[in-house]
Design a protein around this ligand. Structure first.
Ligand code: ADE
Length: 234
């Protein structure tokens, strides 16, 4: 998968060198390039923003540098992803869909966002998704790109040592995962549930399913309601 990220703070994306994302890059599973939006400015101040039409606080990113950046970086298979608190919610289902795309191009907005015409114009030429991490506001899209790329990279074939871990984790089947334990069997007076040490795999699977449903009912009743509506794995 090829990934391009356009930002005015390329250093924010430095963690993409680390850990399993760094490994996936080294292995060639993922090719990432981070670009400074100011490369596509042409004035001495390398201006990327201006005051909003209609008034109001803050600044909006001007369309010209974004237009040129997208002209240069987008190809026939590009999916433009724009993190924004006004986007549709990012979920495990979104991550699965993005993991099937050959080219993701992330546009990181700052300030009050990017001039809407950039997104509207891009949508006439490529797939565009505005996505939100949650109902809160970040300074900009950079941290959201790190989150999205981490969720997507671990779904790429060969990235996780044991692909089975994808089957049982939270959100794989629309519910939260059951609690997990390792050695020692007793720690600070707390015992690992007996059933997990019984060796009875059928019983263990049923217990885990039950725990997963209990946890989900307690913490995320919205997920159970979605499951009942037949809306799996969101
Ligand atoms: N940019 C600013 N806030 C954001 C959010 N909640 N999700 C994604 N991108 C953002």
């Amino acid at each position: 998968m090829r990934v391009d990220v356009v930002t005015i703070f390329p250093d924010y994306l430095a963690p993409l060198e680390l850990s399993l994302i760094g490994k996936a890059r080294a292995a060639g599973t993922l090719q990432v390039e981070v670009h400074d939006l100011r490369r596509w400015t042409h004035d001495v101040h390398r201006t990327v923003d201006d005051t909003p039409y209609g008034g109001g606080p803050g600044m909006v990113m001007r369309p010209e540098p974004w237009g040129q950046a997208l002209d240069e970086l987008a190809g026939p298979e590009t999916h433009l992803v724009v993190p924004s608190p006004a986007g549709t919610p990012f979920t495990q289902a979104t991550a699965r869909a993005l993991a099937g795309d050959p080219h993701l191009l992330f546009a990181c907005g700052r300030y009050e966002g990017i001039d809407q015409r950039v997104i509207d114009h891009a949508a006439t030429r490529m797939r565009v998704s505005e996505i939100s991490l949650g109902d809160y506001v970040l300074f900009g899209g950079e941290v959201a790109v790190l989150v999205v790329l981490e969720a997507v990279t671990r779904l790429l074939p060969g990235v996780l040592g044991n692909a089975d871990s994808l089957l049982e984790e939270s959100h794989a089947d629309g519910v939260l995962e059951a609690p997990m334990y390792t050695k020692p069997p007793t720690w600070r007076g707390l015992d690992v549930p007996e059933i997990l040490r019984s060796g009875d795999h059928g019983k263990i699977a049923r217990w885990r399913r039950e725990q997963a449903l209990l946890r989900t009912a307690e913490r995320r009743p919205d997920l159970l309601a979605a499951l009942e509506d037949g809306d799996q794995g969101t």
